[in-house]
Structure formats: structure tokens, C-alpha cells
Design a protein around this ligand. Sequence first.
Ligand code: GCU
Length: 458
Amino acid sequence: MPISATRILPVMAVLAVFAAEQASAQASPAPPVALTAEEDHRRMMALLGIDSLRPGPSGNPRAPNAANADESRASPYASLPDPLVFNDGKPVRTAAEWERRRAEIVEHFDREVYGRVPRDVPGVRWEVASTTREMNGGVPVIVKKLVGRVDNRAYPLRSVAIDLTVTTPADATGPVPLMINFGWAPPPGMRPPPVSANGAAPAAPTWQQQLLARGWGYAVLIPTSYQEDSGAGLTRGVIGLANRGQPRRPDDWGALRAWAWGASRAIDYLETDPAVDARRVGIEGLSRYGKAAIVAMAYEPRLAIGFIGSSGAGGAKILRRVFGEQVENLASSGEYHWFAGNFIRYAGPLSPTDLPVDAHELISLCAPRPVFISVGSPAVEGQWIDARGMFIAGVHAGPVYRLLGRRGLDADQFPPQETTLAGGEIAFRQHAGGHTTGPNWPAFLDYAQRYIGPAASR
Ligand code: GCU
């Protein structure tokens, strides 16, 4: 039977209205949600059905509720999850089986710890804002300031730009290896401290100058340019843009994965820069950015090496250890935004021993690539970081490296301060200074050179 025009027309009219609604929905997207960190933290707790969380201990060693610093009370757990045993209890015997096991471990970290990167995170367009020729410690360098504009056509109420500065030796004979540093942005109006009291170059070369002396370049990536370091920022930055200004679901990514995502986008750019050998790019970060650096290493296979500074809890330290910073601290309203909402559950009703994974498995996700775990002296940096907790994680990642034909950490006893353990792909060094990677750069670079090679050879 022929379909009459009178029947088609109303259908077309409905379709037209629908199309118009869609267009106007696109033209005026839902406004972004604004919450304080405390409000968003409570919202997430409600979503998870949690009324209260256990409070974390204090970072002040003199406080009555000071974090434990007594090694004899640090390890109440009976065992650690085994990276070489599948969820169903079967052993992992080959490199091919490890790939399948690795996917299981990634799923645990995604769902329970760091959160999932949405499939449709908008793309980034890199623009070179300026290129200048400068000198650093007597070495001529090319400094490129870059802006990575995140496509916000799907949600124009948020705009996000990644701040990256790439410095390469001007006289290089070919593409150079390069370290990405997760950099701290000085607050507006504050200038970085002078290198010395009279403004002259310090006696010891800076880490940048040490890299240049070996023919390497360096890039400084500012994580807070694309994701704020606060729960209040979760509806802003790249997490907020990808979520169209709405608050997170319990397994959505937190700031650590967002910061690591930025490192991946920086590598996208570096792959297009002829001054850089993108196959020889590493990452370095300290403290919360040490956590971001190990997360980036774990998730981004293009990173060739990691220098993980004082990352502590949520980074390279075993979360089950009762020493220094605890899961309860990480789950509080001041730090929960680093993680997936689901992670809060391990500070109530669950406990850290319920975690399906621990930090040794995060390190094992980096295998077979080299990872250098760095920490300062307990006397200067304090015990919050839990140096031994990171050492133990390194030791227990070893079996995965060995399965892949590499060496893990070549020790099982915690080394004396200023002893470089770098015989295997997992290196460890506790320097005599404070909360910095500074004193460990020479040892890191000696170790890195073994894997990355000298700048001119390819
Ligand atoms: C706090 C926090 C640590 C973090 C550190 C930092 O001490 O508890 O987890 O690493 O800040 O980033 O400086």
C-alpha cells in the first residue's frame, strides 16, 4: 500500500522537532556543577553508601595520633597479592600469559584505585607559542613553549590548555633523548626562587644542566594547567570537560590519571618534534607528581624510563603497610581527588588489606622498562613517605621483570643511605637530602644511560 504524504508529514515534523531539540541541547549544554572538595567528597561517599570514614594519622611526628614510624608494627598483613597469579588462582608462566594477567591488574587499578580514563576524552591540538634561543649553564638551548588545546566543542563551557615547555640542546647532531618533569607551577605573582643568593648559577649543576651535559633535553609539564589539585576542580579541567561539567561516577579517573594522561599527550607532541627522539623519553616527578610519574609509566608504554621521586602512598609504597601516610589520609577530602571515588571505600567500610592490588603490582605494570625509585633521608624528609614501603614494592615487582627475562631489584635487604641499587631494571636509592629528587639525579642518569644510550648514538 502506498504511504500517503499525510502520513509521512507528521513523522517528518516530529523528526524535525527532535533534530531542533538536539541542536539546541548542543547549543546550550547543561551548566557545569560547582562543589567544594568537601561537598564533592560527601557526595561521593553518599553515592558509595558510606556514612563515615576512618581518619588518617597525623604527619606531625609529635602529634598524639602521629603516623606509625615503628618498623616492628608496620606489616600486619599476611601476604601481598601475587602479580603472577590470575584472578582465578592459576599461575602465570609465560610472557604471553603475563599480558593477560597484566590486563586483570590494570582493571583492578582502573576500577578500585586510579579510575578509568573515559573512552571519549577530547583530542589535543598542540601549538608552539614561542621558540627562543637561550643559554643554560653555558650550553646553547632551544626553548619551545607549547600550549596543548583540548577540544571543547562537545562542551564549550569548559576550556582546557596544557602547559608544556620543551628545551633541547641547540647544537645536537640528531634527535635527543629527553626527560619530562612534572613541574610545580609557582602561584600567580610568585617568581621561582633565585638559583643562589646573588642570582649566579649554583656551584652544582641543576638537573637540567646535568641532562644537557649528557646531550639530553628536558620538558616541563605543568599538571595543574589541565587538572587542578583539588576535589573542587573535578568538574573542571580535563576530567570536568570530559564529563561535561558534571561530577564523577565512582570509577571515573582521578587527578593522578589525568596528570598521566597529559604526559601521554606531551609524548604525542614530542613524536612530531624532530629535535627529540620520542623512543627515548622518560618521566620524573616528586611526591604527588612522583605518584603521577609511576602511574604514567604504568599506563603509557611509550615512556622508556621512570624516575619516581618520594612517591609514597598512592605511588610506589605498599598501601597495606602501617607506616607513614595511610590509605585513610589518601581517602580524605584533601587527597581523594587523586583517585577514583571507589578508592574511598578502603578507608571504610573496607580496609587496605581488601585492596585487590598493591603498589608492587603498579611497578610491575612498568615491566620490562626501567624504574628508578628515589627517596630522601628519614632524618631530613621524615617518615611519611615510607622509604622501606617503596623498597619492598620494588622487590615484589621483581618476579614479573624476571619472567620477562629482566632483572628486578638486585637486593632483598634495605640498603644503607646513599647506596645505589641499580644492578637490575628496578633501581632504588635513598639520598641524604630532603623532599627532592635533586641529589639522586647523577645516579639516575648513570643508570638511565645504560638503557637510553648516549645522546648521539641511535
Ligand atoms: C602530602 C601528601 C603526600 C604527597 C605530598 C606532596 O604530604 O600526604 O601524599 O606526596 O603531600 O605531594 O608533597
